[in-house]
Write a protein that binds this ligand. Structure first.
Ligand SMILES: CC(C)(COP(=O)(O)OP(=O)(O)OC[C@H]1O[C@@H](n2cnc3c(N)ncnc32)[C@H](O)[C@@H]1OP(=O)(O)O)[C@@H](O)C(=O)NCCC(=O)NCCS
Length: 361
């Protein structure tokens, strides 16, 4: 039992499978964002999102046996400034609108911190979408520090791209070592990346619900693998529906409508419509052209499958951004926050880019 000042008393416990329906209901009541609001719907299995992690926990806050809040965290080892650090990634904070400003999110955070300290976690981190003032205020008050601007790049699948199809093939079992070495090389200077081993690569993709290892493609020139790219059909894990639009979105939709009279343009989902999305993972390359060829190829597959976009979250300073800029897309904005637990100070992160794991978004 946790007592939280002002107006109410909540009980915080680990979620169990029987909480599934109530968590889905709560999720629908708690769209993300302020002016641009997106409803998340993890049905039929709320826990699918978490299953991509090896060590994950969902907490619920109950008021008189009714779930009024929830939060999740996942513990993982990552490399920061060339040292392996145990981190806790926090996600899925939500509080029933009828129970906000009573300290419930703060109480959930306290419990996450206690559990993470007992697991030896040194740093907590989380992402907050630009404009989510309640969350920014909440987590800053709770000791998180904003360290980097990040952008989810959403490439629109709206026209066929010409690609060298004869150089593209599906990955086979035997390609895994080459793919791992490409991944580890591409992200070798990124903070928050943990280099893959053959085993961890297999386990990582096996954990992701609905991920099909056959959806990984290679671009080959002669005997040399120049790039690797795969997609994760995230629509099966989470449905995103636009609940309200901001002025920027409305203006873009208007411009797209006008331009589509003279040229093929991407479709902008409207209010109440679902945005269908594939995440790009893995993605690594030796040369830009090979990477663009594979991106074009996967966008063609998305178009054939009626999927609006493929998304890759990146540090705004990551040179990979330039490769994706060759395609038409939208850029969102979110901020990366860190809080140290224990005695270590927040690492002075060099300008080296952050690696953003798609399962965190
Ligand atoms: C963000 C959210 C989880 C906060 O839950 P909550 O239980 O209301 O938060 P708390 O009561 O613990 O708030 C603690 C402090 O955070 C800040 N805060 C919380 N909501 C705020 C708001 N709407 N505007 C400004 N500051 C806010 C305040 O400083 C508050 O202290 P105060 O009430 O004494 O002023 C809740 O608004 C929510 O579910 N939002 C929708 C989903 C979402 O965006 N999740 C976060 C994803 S990162």
């Amino acid at each position: 039992m946790v007592f939280i000042g002002r107006t109410c008393m909540v009980n915080i416990r680990e979620a169990v499978l029987g909480d599934n329906d109530n968590l889905i209901k709560l999720q629908k009541k708690c769209p993300m964002g302020t002016d641009l609001q997106i409803e998340l719907d993890g049905s039929p299995d709320f826990f699918n999102r978490s299953k991509a992690y090896e060590d994950w926990h969902i907490l619920v806050a109950e008021d008189n046996d009714k779930i009024v809040g929830s939060a999740g965290y996942a513990v993982k080892d990552v490399v920061i400034n060339e040292r392996v650090e145990k981190t806790g990634y926090e996600y899925g904070f939500m509080v029933d609108p009828d129970h906000r400003r009573k300290g419930i999110a703060s109480a959930l955070q306290l419990e996450v911190e206690e559990q993470c300290v007992s697991k030896g976690v040194e740093f907590l981190h989380l992402n907050i979408t630009e404009g989510n003032v309640p969350s920014m205020t909440l987590f800053t008050k709770l000791g998180f520090i904003e360290i980097r601007d990040c952008i989810p790049i959403m490439l629109m699948a709206y026209k066929h791209n010409k690609v060298d199809e004869y150089k593209i093939r599906r990955m086979k079992e035997g390609d895994i070592p080459v793919v791992i070495s490409l991944m580890n090389k591409t992200y070798s200077n990124h903070n928050f990346y943990e280099p893959f081993t053959e085993r961890s690569f297999r386990e990582y993709y096996a954990r992701m619900p609905f991920y099909d290892i056959n959806d990984i493609f290679l671009y080959e020139d002669g005997d040399s693998v120049r790039a690797v790219a795969g997609y994760w059909d995230y629509n099966k894990v989470m449905k995103f529906t636009l609940k309200s639009l901001n002025n920027r979105w409305k203006l873009m939709s208007f411009l797209v409508k006008i331009l589509s009279v003279i040229s093929t343009m991407p479709k902008m989902p409207g209010k109440g419509e679902q945005m269908s999305n594939w995440y790009l993972t893995p993605f690594a390359y030796r040369d830009d052209n090979a990477a663009k060829q594979l991106l074009g190829y996967i966008l063609n597959l998305a178009l054939e499958s009626d999927v609006n976009m493929i998304t890759l979250p990146l540090d705004a300073n990551d040179p990979i951004v330039q490769v994706l800029d060759a395609f038409r897309g939208n850029k969102g904005q979110f901020k990366w926050f860190v809080k140290p637990l224990g005695t270590k100070k927040i690492p002075g992160l060099s300008r080296n880019p952050l690696y953003i794991d798609v399962i965190d978004i």
